[in-house]
Design a protein around this ligand. Structure first.
Ligand SMILES: [Zn+2]
Length: 341
């Protein structure tokens, strides 16, 4: 048994984030993973935290701390167009200790129940659906077991420009229809290959100064807002958006090595684009697509396809996704499935 309750106070006027982590766990632990400016309070089973007493049965560790804003962990960004402040948390790949107290490495999975305090006029999104969507305190449905590395929340004066597509207020004139349609179409296509979409919702949010082009977490895909300026090229739009949607399965539902998760995301997004176009397609090598650094990983998946055939590869992926949901699988497990196929 391991689960987390998180409470984050995302205050645009505060220099740091006050965060409370409550961990329910069983048995003993040898240490915690935490990087905070200041620990305000810590208790174990309602008393002082003692490392010299053996623990049995269920336990509760509660830690209240002040976390800095930085380029990882909690982010505080200012829109240069209108001066609006936006706050969000990105833990990927190894910054979870900067937003919460935790056990083990940031890939260990657990359900997370999140509560976020924000200015009442703000929008706030997280991995799970929001239960209380107004006022200062927003509560989210507990997640399925997800890695600490993919726990996130974004908050600010976002505007929903179409179904579940959110942009900063300064970009509110964007028509989000095409983005929402691509997300829906890629979900529908991947469901036919990999099984049902595993989360209760899929929001897309465009934020300032994301450390990567995009970050796909369970139920919430973050894009850097500069992506909005490059979506007029339909092939690029299909590629970028379906790549992140593919990570719903390859990376989020079942996590593995970067080689496997990125190789599969590129492979699946190529299948989606070809499905949309109705004919084979590869990106023009003279106009590099953002997924080009993953070409060696794609080549490995293509080599598997060449050996066992596309049907067998897709059937094995369906089996892997539906029989190992919410788990981390080492690369050899994927390889074993492919050898069997
Ligand atoms: Zn990717």
């Amino acid at each position: 048994m391991l689960s987390y309750d998180l409470a984050w106070r995302l205050d645009p006027a505060a220099p740091r984030v006050r965060g409370r982590t409550t961990i329910h766990f069983e048995g003993g632990r040898t240490g915690v993973d935490l990087e905070a400016d200041e620990v305000l309070d810590a208790s174990l089973n309602g008393g002082p935290v003692r490392w010299d007493v053996p623990l049995d049965g269920p336990n509760v560790l509660r830690v209240e701390a002040l976390f800095p804003f930085g380029d990882r962990g909690f982010r505080r960004v200012v829109d240069p167009v209108d001066g609006q402040v936006y706050l969000y948390a990105t833990n990927f790949p190894d910054s979870a200790r900067r937003t919460m107290c935790g056990f083990g490495d940031s890939w260990q999975r657990a359900p997370f129940a999140l509560t976020v305090t924000v200015p009442p006029a703000w929008k706030c999104l997280s991995n799970g659906p929001v239960v209380v969507d107004e006022g200062e305190v927003r509560t989210f449905t507990p997640t399925t077991p997800i890695p600490r590395a993919t726990v996130t929340a974004v908050a600010g004066p976002f505007v929903e420009v179409h179904d579940s597509v959110h942009v900063p207020r300064s970009r509110a004139n964007i028509d989000g229809t095409a983005i929402a349609d691509l997300i829906k179409a890629s979900i529908a296509f991947f469901e036919t290959i990999l099984g049902p979409f595993p989360y209760p919702k899929c929001d897309a949010v465009f934020v300032h100064d994301l450390s990567s082009l995009a970050l796909s977490t369970s139920g919430l895909i973050l894009f850097d807002q500069t992506v909005l300026d490059r979506l007029s090229d339909p092939l690029r739009a299909m590629t970028v958006i379906s790549h992140e949607v593919a990570h719903t399965w390859s990376g989020n539902l079942v996590s593995s090595s970067q080689s496997v998760t990125e190789g599969l995301a590129v492979y699946l997004s190529r299948l989606f684009v070809q499905h949309m176009l109705g004919h084979p397609w590869e990106p023009d090598p003279t106009t590099p697509f953002p997924d080009r650094p993953y070409a060696p990983f794609l080549a490995r998946i293509r080599a598997v396809e060449a050996t066992i055939g596309r049907d067998a590869l897709l059937r094995s992926l369906h089996t892997i996704m539906t029989t190992n949901p919410h788990r981390h699988l080492p690369e050899p497990t994927f390889t074993a499935h492919w050898s069997e196929a």
